[in-house]
Design a protein around this ligand. Structure first.
Ligand SMILES: CC(C)(COP(=O)(O)OP(=O)(O)OC[C@H]1O[C@@H](n2cnc3c(N)ncnc32)[C@H](O)[C@@H]1OP(=O)(O)O)[C@@H](O)C(=O)NCCC(=O)NCCS
Length: 215
C-alpha cells in the first residue's frame, strides 16, 4: 500500500517507512507502559519488518508526528483448535521472521494509538485498512490476540478466566478487547500466558475479523 488514508482533516495513515522507526519505538513505551522490556518493539525491529512484509506495516501521522502504528504479518492458524503461543514466539522476539508469505490470516501484532489521540477513529481506520490489505492479499481475514487490558481493575476479585467470560458475555467492557469487538472482531478464545504485562494478567483474547470482501 502506498496509499494515503485520511482519518481526520490533519491525521493520515500510510505505509511505515524507515523514517518512522525510532518514533514508533518511543510510542511503544507510551502506549504499553507496563509491558516487559523484551516485548517492546524497537527501532531495529521496525526496520527489519520493512524488509520482511512492508505492506503490512502502517503508521498514523499528524503532520510529521507519529501518533499511531500497527505491525502485521501473515500466519497460518487453526482457530477451531487454537494452539497456545506467546507474543514473543509469534513475533520471533520482535523480528517478524515467522511471517508466512502464504499465511491464511493477517496476524495483528499490535495497534498503538497515542493517548492524546484516542477516540478519534484511528484504531478503527487501522483495522479497516488491515481488512483491505487482507482482502488484497487473498487472506481469510484478520486474526489477533487482543490484550485484556481492563483486567487490572478486577484482579483482586476474579481470575482471568472469569474476567474473559464476563467480557465475552458483555458483562464487563474491556478497553481493548471490547473496542475490538465493537469494530467487528469476534472473540473465539482465551490465550493465557501470552505476554508479560500485569495490566492484562498476561492474557489476551483470540479474536478474528473474517474478510467481508471475500468472494
Ligand atoms: C485500543 C486502542 C487501540 C483504541 O484506539 P482508538 O483510536 O482510541 O479507537 P477508535 O477511536 O478507533 O474507537 C473505535 C470504537 O471503539 C470505541 N471506543 C474506543 N475506546 C473506547 C473506550 N475506552 N470505551 C468505550 N468505547 C471506546 C469508539 O467510540 C469507537 O466506537 P464507534 O465506532 O461506535 O464510535 C487504544 O486505546 C490504544 O492504543 N490502547 C492501548 C494499546 C492497546 O491496547 N492496543 C491494542 C492491543 S495490541
Amino acid at each position: 500500500m502506498n496509499e494515503i488514508y485520511q482519518v481526520t482533516d490533519s491525521i493520515i495513515i500510510t505505509q511505515t517507512t524507515a523514517l518512522h522507526a525510532k518514533a514508533l519505538e518511543l510510542l511503544q513505551y507510551i502506549v504499553f507502559p507496563t509491558l516487559a522490556e523484551d516485548e517492546i518493539l524497537h527501532e531495529a525491529h521496525y526496520l527489519k519488518h520493512l524488509t520482511i512484509f512492508p505492506e503490512g506495516q502502517l503508521v498514523a501521522l499528524d503532520g510529521d508526528k507519529v501518533i499511531g502504528g500497527t505491525t502485521t504479518m501473515r500466519y497460518n492458524f487453526d482457530i477451531t483448535h487454537p494452539a497456545h503461543h506467546t507474543f514473543s514466539e509469534t513475533v520471533a522476539g520482535g523480528w517478524l521472521t515467522n511471517h508466512e508469505p502464504d499465511g491464511e490470516w493477517l496476524y495483528g501484532i499490535d495497534v498503538s494509538v497515542h493517548p492524546d489521540y484516542r477516540g478519534r477513529g484511528i484504531a478503527k481506520a487501522f483495522y479497516e485498512i488491515r481488512s483491505k490489505i487482507a482482502a488484497d492479499l487473498g487472506c481469510r481475514g484478520q486474526l489477533t490476540v487482543g490484550m485484556l487490558n481492563g483486567y487490572y481493575k478486577y484482579r483482586d476479585t476474579m481470575d482471568i478466566d472469569t474476567y474473559y467470560l464476563k467480557v465475552k458475555n458483555h458483562e464487563i467492557f474491556d478497553p481493548t478487547v471490547s473496542v475490538q469487538e465493537k469494530i467487528g472482531f469476534e472473540i473465539v478464545g482465551l490465550m493465557k500466558d501470552y505476554l508479560n504485562d500485569p495490566t492484562c494478567g498476561n492474557a489476551g483474547a483470540i479474536i478474528v475479523l473474517e474478510n467481508k470482501f471475500k468472494q
